[in-house]
Design a protein around this ligand. Structure first.
Ligand SMILES: Cc1cc2nc3c(=O)[nH]c(=O)nc-3n(C[C@H](O)[C@H](O)[C@H](O)COP(=O)(O)OP(=O)(O)OC[C@H]3O[C@@H](n4cnc5c(N)ncnc54)[C@H](O)[C@@H]3O)c2cc1C
Length: 467
């Protein structure tokens, strides 16, 4: 790459690492500043961690930088979700077509691999280095390392410092910067379901487990050692909430009533629950993402989404790949590169943010009603029967790299067809008939030309279930 050669990345989380690898592969001198210590030196991969599910978008990006096979070995494929009722019964719902899976991996394990890969790629890693001030004109960062101040300057700064980004907060002061942040009413705590005494998983291993209970829920992800990481999502305040559960008895009563099968699966439930504060989740949008070719926001610093679709990291890894495509064409003409990047990505990540919020809402309201269940079965069957013509929104988001806006638009059109089908008696039997399938194909053709004015998920028509 001709022209500018040294760049600074602020934030060495998942996105800062992946981005640094992409940039270093383009021949740039990359220095990455991370406020925390090196996770490889503090038993990073073995510490408690949330789980991330990787899907097609994430894999495509990781594969481009040669990391796909290594990370796949550290993850567990989940072919569907196992939904548990409060009577202790469960039912398995396949995610996509036969063989399609999302992959569960501990965030810490993934982080350690990415840090190592960045170092192997020649990225200069500076841990324990907190960036405090940015001079945008000169692309200079000022910070503090072990109590000592430092300064560094590059041709531009990439800010991957997460949803509470310092770089973004300083950009905000420059004026004409649009910004919105919305905390979700629920938070989450992480609990652990260990393997049994013989080291075997206590739940179906190749699945994500879900206990939906209206305004609250639990969700569990498999780990390589046979354990599951279980996130308990509750409102912060209200009748059943983190605020209202103050003693072991109240916690036990909640679990006995709503999650009876989890009571025996989580030893030391109250220690696990009361030893941590609930974590927040938020949606964040901002604009513009860059400043005069000198700084660019990426990952959660630019667009944080609720985890209902498991897309935050996947979308951000996709960002890195798309940015790299633009760099390939335009080299280090950073202003042009940043503008093209934001032009392509922001409409899609904004649409994703809305989708994830609506999905959490819909999940609470509809996921357990029978019309919703029927809709899901009809959609899955259509996907199976005519995979080239119909894919549920979840499949388009998860198992393709179709731009999010396009997937949502296509879903609008398909919703019109599914709404018509749901009005037919015995629809599930009728789907098997060849003549009926011809008619559906015709409707799908017709729907593509229709002007779509409906909301993405009108009441009762939510076409996706949490992960
Ligand atoms: C409960 C939950 C479940 C999720 N599940 C999924 C999932 O299944 N699939 C998925 O794709 N996504 C998921 N996500 C989203 C995903 O975790 C985030 O999108 C992703 O971690 C964002 O990465 P990032 O590098 O942009 O930010 P972060 O991971 O927040 O990293 C930012 C880094 O910057 C560093 N930093 C911050 N400030 C400074 C500073 N001033 N100086 C130096 N360094 C700094 C931080 O220490 C950190 O290392 C989930 C999120 C949550 C909360």
């Amino acid at each position: 790459m001709s022209g500018s050669r040294s760049v600074i990345v602020v934030g060495g989380g998942l996105v800062g690492c992946v981005l640094s690898i992409y940039l270093a592969r383009r021949g740039l001198d990359v220095t990455l500043y991370e406020r925390n210590p090196d996770p490889r030196k503090r038993g990073g991969a073995s510490r408690a961690s949330i789980n991330i599910t990787l899907c097609e978008r994430g894999w495509q990006s990781l594969s481009r930088i040669g990391l796909g096979p290594k990370i796949e070995q550290l993850s567990i494929p989940a072919y569907g979700r196992c939904v548990h009722t409060n009577l202790g019964e469960s039912c398995f719902q396949q995610y996509g077509l036969v063989g399609q899976a999302i992959h569960s991996i501990s965030r810490n394990t993934l982080h350690v691999e990415l840090i190592q890969a960045a170092e192997d790629q020649g990225v200069g890693l500076r841990f324990d280095s907190r960036c405090c001030n940015i001079d945008f004109e000169s692309a200079e960062v000022e910070g503090e390392c072990d109590g000592h101040p430092f300064r560094d300057c590059g041709d531009c700064i990439f800010a991957a410092d997460g949803c509470f980004s310092v770089v973004r907060s300083q950009l905000l002061k420059k004026g004409r910067f649009n910004y919105s942040q919305r905390f979700w009413r629920n938070g989450y705590k992480e609990l652990r379901i260990p393997p049994d005494t013989r080291g075997r998983p206590q739940l179906e291993f190749n699945a994500i487990h879900l206990w939906p209970r209206g305004s609250y829920m639990a969700i569990a992800f498999p780990n390589l050692d046979g354990s599951f990481t279980c996130s308990l999502h509750l409102p912060f305040e209200g009748e059943v909430s983190f605020e209202s559960i103050r003693c072991g008895k109240q916690l036990f009563d909640l679990f006995s009533k709503s999650f009876p099968d989890l009571v025996t699966l989580i030893p030391g439930l109250d220690d696990g629950f009361f030893s941590q504060e609930p974590n927040e989740m938020l949606t964040l949008k901002c604009q513009p993402w860059s400043w005069k070719g000198k700084a660019l926001l990426l990952g959660d610093a630019a667009h944080a989404v609720l985890p209902s679709y498991g897309q935050g990291a996947n979308a951000s890894f996709e960002d890195c790949q798309r940015l790299d495509n633009i760099v390939e064409q335009h080299g280090s003409a950073w202003q042009k590169v940043f503008e093209l990047f934001e032009g392509e990505r922001r409409p899609n990540t904004d649409a994703l943010a809305d989708l994830c919020e609506r999905h959490f809402e819909d999940l609470s309201n509809h996921s357990r009603n029978s019309l919703f269940q029927l809709r899901r079965r009809v959609e899955s069957e259509l996907h199976r029967l005519m995979p080239d013509h119909f894919a549920p929104l979840y499949a388009m988001v998860t198992f393709s790299s179709m731009p999010y806006c396009e997937a949502i638009q296509k879903d609008h059109a398909q919703t019109w067809v599914v709404d018509r089908l749901l009005k037919c008696d015995d629809i599930e039997q009728k789907l098997a008939s060849g003549d009926f399938q011809e008619k559906i194909l015709q409707w799908l053709d017709d729907s593509e030309g229709r002007e779509q004015t409906a909301p993405v998920h009108p009441s009762g028509s939510d076409s996706v279930v949490l992960r």
